[in-house]
Write a protein that binds this ligand. Structure first.
Ligand code: FAD
Ligand code: NAD
Length: 477
């Protein structure tokens, strides 16, 4: 049995854990990552990267088809086998050697195996070959273990071996038919990708809308385009039972209907990867999300007992997005260094050691058709939070840039103005290729740039970014 002591132990070598360890080492501490699967985690191998790779071919074709002159050259559809091959190439065929090389180059230790707490600042790591390493931390342990797909308790569902996001992103062949449970981000993105491969997709959605955390027009535009692409959408229905036979999986639905598909993908949210982490050894409850303060320090059972325990990324449930987890990681790594060295902690809102943006300025792109790019609060969320707001809507198709971009550009944009401070609380764009417009909105929201000053941020003509000028003109000066 090997033993080792480090200043910082990071459990989980996903994109988030890697960044915590990197910041700690850059601050002069020693750090080790414990990883039970692939260094790079879910995002690199089963989530962001492969899903976006699978979506890209369809998006490129749609763009070309809507530009007269280019459209004439598009004579076929997406070739799924080439799209799967490109996906595999982009994610290095599930080989993490390049990420391991990066970890080594960053002077971060790496222990492969499954970590469990044995006590405060103490972990036991079991590798697949049975090797055991006992690790102790001088200053901090960071739980960056991510999340797993949530499976609903539906009779028979587990027995039909449903697809999760991992199966959908690592498939090497498109099924003829696919049922998808859920109407959120994974469901809509995977419906878009598989419909582009020629799969007959049926979405089974519990509520009456898609992408419910977003402005309502986003879900409505995505719904219309999925239906145009041949996706069947069953709103107000849930799976009541499932069984598999030679015809595939048959789902009976709560609305009395049923459907049969070759595969069923469950995409109804996530559950924390904290069940098998030995949390009971430190007085926490296995299977819970880790509750943290803005410096990412665990507060679940009173901050005093856990001044050495942190959690970043999906595991803390603040914002289940790679970029936001990496943002937390930078604050977390830096605050661990500051506390270890007895340096001042900058934990005022927007300080170096806090993840303030998690509360009201989270950017997200959903890579559907159309893309949905949003940051900050929706109109409903701003109202709920008690702000006095004005909603500014603009139709993206009215922009000169849109008419050049595509022959039938369809899209909408919304900005939420805080009427008391005359700054933006949130912005949403839904339209083809809006993803690259998001960072300007994020800067305006995080920077709390006054509308008066935004008039001086002149968008280039003729680009889609002219929506910024139209927002201001619509609002009035
Ligand atoms: C289909 C899909 C598409 C997505 N697309 C996007 C996107 O486009 N953009 C975006 O921002 N977000 C996207 N997300 C969300 C994003 O994938 C997650 O927010 C991100 O991966 C979280 O990173 P993490 O480091 O917290 O967790 P993970 O990436 O899950 O990493 C955690 C790591 O910890 C390891 N681990 C867990 N327990 C232990 C243990 N006990 N011992 C040792 N190691 C352990 C795991 O093996 C894993 O490697 C997507 C999610 C899904 C499901
Ligand atoms: N492009 C991106 O940024 C991207 C892409 C994919 C995933 N993600 C992240 O991954 C996370 C997980 O995505 P997701 O789509 O699984 O979750 P989600 O929270 O986005 O959507 C889950 C959907 O399932 C529904 N639902 C919940 N329980 C249900 C049940 N028992 N039966 C039927 N429907 C049920 C919800 O109403 C919701 O519509 C998200 O938080 C998202 O941030 C991000």
């Amino acid at each position: 049995m090997a033993e080792a002591e480090y200043d910082v132990i990071v459990i989980g070598g996903g994109a988030v854990g890697e960044n915590v360890a990197d910041r700690a080492v850059q601050g002069g501490l020693s750090a080790v990552i414990v990883e039970s699967e692939l260094v790079g985690g879910e995002c690199s191998y089963w989530a962001c990267m492969p899903s976006k790779a699978l979506l890209r071919a369809g998006a490129a074709l749609r763009a070309a088809r809507d530009v007269r002159g280019a459209a004439q050259s598009v004579t076929g559809g997406v070739d799924p086998s080439e799209a799967f091959a490109r996906r595999s190439e982009i994610i290095h065929d599930w080989d993490d050697s390049s990420q391991v090389e990066w970890v080594e180059g960053a002077h971060i230790g790496l222990v492969r195996g499954h970590a469990r707490f044995t006590g405060p600042k103490a972990l036991r790591v079991e590798a697949a070959d049975g090797t055991v390493t006992e690790l102790t931390a001088r200053h901090a342990v960071v739980v960056s273990t991510g999340s797993d797909p949530l499976l609903p308790d539906v009779p028979g569902l587990a027995d039909v071996r449903p697809w999760t996001s991992r199966d959908a992103t690592s498939a090497t062949r498109a099924p003829a038919t696919l049922a998808i449970l859920g109407g959120g981000v994974v469901a809509c993105e995977m419906a878009t990708a598989y419909a582009s491969f020629g799969t007959a997709v049926t979405l089974v959605v519990r509520g009456q809308a898609l992408l419910t955390g977003q402005e309502p027009f986003a879900g409505e535009l995505v719904r219309a385009s999925l239906e145009k692409a041949g996706v069947s959408i069953r709103m107000g229905a849930e799976a009541a039972s499932a069984r598999r036979d030679d015809d595939g999986v048959t789902l009976s639905l709560t609305d009395g209907g049923s459907l049969t598909a070759e595969e069923v993908l469950v995409a109804i949210g996530r559950t924390p990867r904290t069940t098998d982490l030995g949390l009971e050894a430190i007085g926490l409850t296995p299977g819970d999300w880790m509750q943290v303060d803005d410096t990412l320090r665990v507060v679940s059972a009173g901050a005093d007992g856990f001044d050495w325990l942190y959690s970043t990324g999906d595991a803390n449930h603040r914002a289940l997005l790679t970029h936001q987890g990496k943002y937390q990681a930078r604050a977390c790594g830096d605050v661990i260094v500051a506390r270890a060295k007895g340096e001042p902690v900058d934990d005022a809102p927007w300080g170096r050691h806090v993840a303030t943006a998690d509360h009201e300025a989270v950017p997200q792109v959903t890579f559907t058709d159309p893309e949905v790019a949003s940051v900050g609060l929706t109109a409903a969320a701003a109202e709920k939070a008690g702000y006095r707001t004005r909603v500014v809507d603009y139709d993206l198709s009215w922009l000169a840039g849109a008419s050049v971009h595509a022959d039938h550009y369809e899209g909408k944009a919304r900005a939420i103005v805080d009427e008391d401070r005359k700054v933006l609380l949130g912005v949403t764009f839904a339209g083809p290729d809006v993803s690259e417009m998001l960072q300007a909105a994020t800067i305006a929201v995080v920077g709390q740039v006054p509308l008066d000053r935004l008039w001086h941020a002149v968008p280039a003509y003729p680009t889609l970014n002219e929506v910024w000028l139209r927002f201001l003109e619509t609002y009035g000066r």
